[in-house]
Design a protein around this ligand. Structure first.
Ligand code: NAP
Length: 316
C-alpha cells in the first residue's frame, strides 16, 4: 500500500483512506468494518461527524476478528471549534478516544482555525456551528493556545501526529514560529476545481504531508442538496483519461492527486465504490493528462464557513 512518511515521527500515512463525514450512523459500523476487510487502513473521522462511536464499533469488530492489528490502522480525528481552549481541547480528545474505544489517534487535526463558544458535551454533542438561538457564537482563543494543547496530547501519547485543517499558508507559517511539535499534516479541500497549487508547493517545500478532502469536488455536496455545477466525473478531461487507462472517472480524479503525493480520503457508503477508490493507484496518468485535469481549476470552494456567517472568513 502506498504511504507518505510523516516527517517528525517517520510514521507511514496511507495515501488513500476512507472519509467518514456523512456516513449515516446506522450504517457506519458496518461500512467501517467492510472497508477494513476490503483493505482500507486509514479512517478519517471527526467529532463533528457524530459517528465516532459507530466507527469505533466497526474498528473493534475488525480487531476482534483479527482482520488487522491496531498498529496497522491509521485513525485520524479532529478537534471541533467549540473545544479550542487549552483544557477543553485536551478533554475533547480524551472523550473522542473513548467514543472510538482506542487509546491513541494516529493523527489529530484542528478542524478549523475558528474558535466558538464552549458547549458541554453532556448538553449537546456534536455541538455543530450554531447555538440554540441558531446563531454562531465566537469565543476568543488563539490558535497558539490550542496548538499548545495539541502538543501536550502528543507528550501524553494520546495522539501520535498533529496537524491543521482548513488553513492557508499564512497561518501555517505562523504556527511554525512557535511550534514545539511541528504540524505533520495539513488537510484542505483540494480537487480539480480547486487545485490550491500555491499550498501544494508550500507544503512540499516544508516537508509537510498534504491531504485533499472532497476530492470529487461538488459530488459530496450533491447529497446535501447542492446543485448547479457539472460533476467532475463527467468532465471530458477526466472521462478521456479514464477511457485511455480503462479505469473509472473517480479513480482518475483520485490519481490526479495521489500521483503528486497528495493523500485522499474519499467517502462512500458503498463497499464496491470504496474498493474502486482504494484501487486508484494502480495506474499512472500522463503529464498531459495531469495538466489537462488541472486546467479545470475554477477556485471553486465547496466548504467555506463564510457561507454560515461572514465573520468566519478564514479564506478571505
Ligand atoms: N477537514 C475538513 O474540514 C473536511 C471537510 C470535508 C470533508 N472532509 C473529509 O473528507 C472526506 C471526503 O470528502 P467528502 O465527503 O466531502 O466528499 P468526496 O469523497 O469528495 O465525495 C463523496 C461523494 O462521492 C460519491 N462517491 C464516492 N466514491 C465514488 C465512486 N467511486 N464513484 C462515484 N461516486 C462516488 C459518494 O457517494 P456514495 O456515498 O453514495 O458512494 C459521495 O456522494 C469526508 O468524508 C471527510 O472525512 C474533511
Amino acid at each position: 500500500m502506498a504511504t507518505i512518511v510523516l516527517k517528525r515521527t517517520g510514521h507511514r500515512m496511507p495515501l488513500v483512506g476512507l472519509g467518514l463525514w456523512k456516513i449515516p450512523n446506522n450504517e457506519c459500523a458496518g461500512i467501517v468494518y467492510s472497508a477494513i476487510k476490503a483493505g482500507v487502513r486509514l479512517l478519517d473521522g471527526a467529532g463533528d461527524y457524530g459517528n465516532e462511536k459507530e466507527a469505533g464499533e466497526g474498528v473493534q469488530r475488525a480487531l476482534r476478528e483479527g482482520l488487522v492489528r491496531r498498529d496497522e490502522l491509521f485513525i485520524t480525528s479532529k478537534l471541533w471549534n467549540t473545544f479550542h481552549s487549552h483544557d477543553n481541547a485536551k478533554a475533547a480528545a480524551k472523550l473522542q478516544l473513548k467514543h472510538w474505544g482506542i487509546d491513541y489517534f494516529d493523527l489529530y487535526l484542528i478542524h478549523f482555525p475558528i474558535s466558538l463558544k464552549y458547549v458541554d458535551p453532556e448538553e449537546r454533542y456534536p455541538p455543530g456551528w450554531f447555538g440554540e438561538d441558531e446563531k454562531v457564537h465566537l469565543h476568543q482563543v488563539s490558535y497558539q493556545e490550542t496548538w499548545r494543547a495539541m502538543e501536550e496530547l502528543v507528550d501524553e501519547g494520546l495522539v501520535k501526529n498533529i496537524g491543521m485543517s482548513n488553513v492557508a499558508g499564512a497561518l501555517l507559517l505562523d504556527v511554525l514560529q512557535y511550534a514545539r511539535v511541528q504540524p505533520q499534516v495539513v488537510q484542505v479541500e483540494l480537487h480539480p476545481y480547486l487545485t490550491q497549487n500555491a499550498l501544494v508547493r508550500l507544503t512540499r517545500v516544508l516537508g509537510i504531508a498534504l491531504t485533499a478532502y472532497s476530492s470529487f469536488g461538488p459530488q459530496g455536496y450533491y447529497e446535501l442538496g447542492f446543485e448547479g455545477v457539472t460533476s467532475l466525473l463527467e468532465q471530458s478531461a477526466v472521462v478521456k483519461a479514464a477511457e485511455a487507462h480503462h479505469r473509472t472517472p473517480s479513480q482518475v480524479v483520485l490519481r490526479w492527486a495521489t500521483q503528486r503525493g497528495i493523500a485522499v480520503i474519499p467517502k462512500s457508503n458503498d463497499v464496491k465504490r470504496i474498493r474502486d477508490n482504494l484501487g486508484c493507484n494502480s495506474f499512472d496518468l500522463t503529464e498531459d493528462e495531469l495538466e489537462d485535469i488541472g486546467r479545470l481549476n475554477a477556485d471553486l470552494r465547496m466548504n467555506n464557513p463564510t457561507d454560515l456567517d461572514p465573520r468566519l472568513g478564514i479564506f478571505a
